[in-house]
Write a protein that binds this ligand. Sequence first.
Ligand code: DQA
Length: 149
Amino acid sequence: MSKPIYVLSGPNLNLLGAREPEIYGHQTLEDVQRLCEARASALGCSIVFRQSNHEGELIDWIQEARTEGSALVINPAGYGHTSVAILDALKAVGVPVVECHLSNPASREAFRHQTYVSLAATGTVSGFGAASYELAIEAAAGLVGEASK
Ligand code: DQA
């Protein structure tokens, strides 16, 4: 069995469903986790799904994915726009990185138009709500498959 795809979510995403539902939708993070697990199992892979409000904890998990994961899907939330430390961790991770966002940051306030994470990601899926996570897992699984050819 190959290593799991790490699916990490950053700050405030524990409040999904209650937080600005007009932007982020009505599904909770648990709902998103269930969708991700179903999509991963349909693709024949497994996931590790975690959320933290703390930058250092996210960095610890990115470093864990270096040795324990096959790829990394990350919704960095607000840290995407601010954290050089998360970018540095992603640059060292050595497995494919796919960035994902529920909303489409490019169509929102100017300060959301750039993310540091994009500099380390193969690609980004944004704007599709919970489906952004599923599509990102599909992309990550494809990158793992490519890498093993
Ligand atoms: C987000 C977009 C970010 O700009 C924002 O800070 C978030 C969530 C998204 O999933 O759409 O917290 O990453």
